[in-house]
Design a protein around this ligand. Structure first.
Ligand SMILES: Nc1nc2c(ncn2[C@@H]2O[C@H](COP(=O)(O)OP(=O)(O)O)[C@@H](O)[C@H]2O)c(=O)[nH]1
Ligand SMILES: [Mg+2]
Length: 297
């Protein structure tokens, strides 16, 4: 049996969380076209007969601008240090550039073995793939590169097999019923945040925190969920609610459908929008909303 940790790193929006979800076979991390979607370190566990890969999803690389993104950066840095293998994800559709090469070199200096997944090949013009592969060779990077598509499931089996072979001989680290280190309650908050990321633009989605007040399964099997959507400004609140509550109704209904799929039961969802000015720069509020620095363990 081989078992170990694989940290999935790379720039914002490269497709890290989508790739992990596909490899694990369940949604363990939310996904959106906006940067800063993943805020925490999330473990996604894939258990097969002869191996267990514990994927470490990371917030990606940002230029820190507030206490929250600052903390997200530190989470990425800490997560990448204590693993058996690094998988650097590049967006094949966007193409690789100097910033990727600089980051790859920086991570190589950690001395942890690494490979590259070049993802989104489903939307990449065919002729670009050899060019991208040549770029890696030209940069003098002696690393395995896997062209994959998380969306179409292309080359995923090969990538999983390759990763499993890079891990040390070890008993599984988690029992085989575990797919994530996060609670259902955490995922409920994340699914709500994902829908806001998908529906709203500009600064609004990045300034949102979700606080779950009630998460209860009733005797009849229905989940009762009551949550606050915390935003940074009064004008954001007005946009989130929309004319006659239209926007919040729409986003809540969208979230409820996904929550029912995730929990496998009916959901009764109530949402409130609250304002906490500049919460992303207030350490006590960050803690209250569940954003804390990883301990160096
Ligand atoms: N076409 C296509 N889109 C993808 C693929 N993987 C991810 N995406 C999209 O890329 C965006 C960013 O994905 P996400 O996993 O959140 O990126 P992360 O920030 O690196 O975790 C989302 O809109 C995804 O739907 C893929 O294989 N093909
Ligand atoms: Mg992500």
């Amino acid at each position: 049996m081989r078992s170990g940790y694989v940290a999935v790193i790379g720039r914002a929006n490269a497709g890290k969380s989508t790739l992990i979800n596909v490899m694990v076979g369940e949604k363990v991390s939310i996904v959106s076209p906006k940067p800063q979607t993943t805020r925490d370190r999330i473990l996604g566990v894939l258990t097969e007969d002869d191996y267990q890969i514990v994927f470490v999803d990371t917030p990606g690389i940002y230029k820190a601008r507030n206490a929250l993104t600052d903390m997200m950066m530190r989470t990425t840095e800490t997560s990448a240090r204590s693993v058996d293998f690094l998988l650097y994800v590049v967006d094949g559709h966007d193409g690789v550039d100097e910033e990727d090469f600089a980051l790859i070199q920086k991570y190589q200096s950690l001395g942890i073995p690494m490979a590259i997944a070049c993802t989104k090949i489903d939307i990449m013009p065919k002729e670009n793939l050899p060019l991208t592969l040549a770029k890696f060779a030209d940069a003098g990077l002696d690393l395995d590169v896997f062209p994959v598509s998380a969306r179409k499931g292309k080359n995923i089996r090969e990538l999983k097999k390759f990763l499993s072979e890079q891990l040390p001989e070890s008993e599984p680290l988690f029992t085989d019923d575990i797919v994530s280190d996060k609670s259902e309650k955490f995922m409920v908050a994340e699914i709500m945040r994902e829908k806001i990321l998908l529906k709203f633009d500009k600064e609004i989605p990045h300034g949102i925190a979700i606080v779950i007040n009630t998460f209860e399964r009733k005797d009849n099997g229905v989940y009762e969920i009551n949550l606050d959507i915390v935003c940074e400004r009064a004008n954001h609140k007005a946009i989130l609610i929309g004319k006659q509550g239209k926007a919040i109704k729409e986003v809540s209904s969208f979230a409820r459908q996904d929550l029912e799929k995730f929990l496998g039961a009916k959901v009764f969802l109530t949402t409130f929008v609250k304002v906490k000015e500049d919460w992303r720069d207030r350490p006590n509020l960050l803690r209250e909303y569940g954003y804390e620095d990883l301990k160096n363990d």
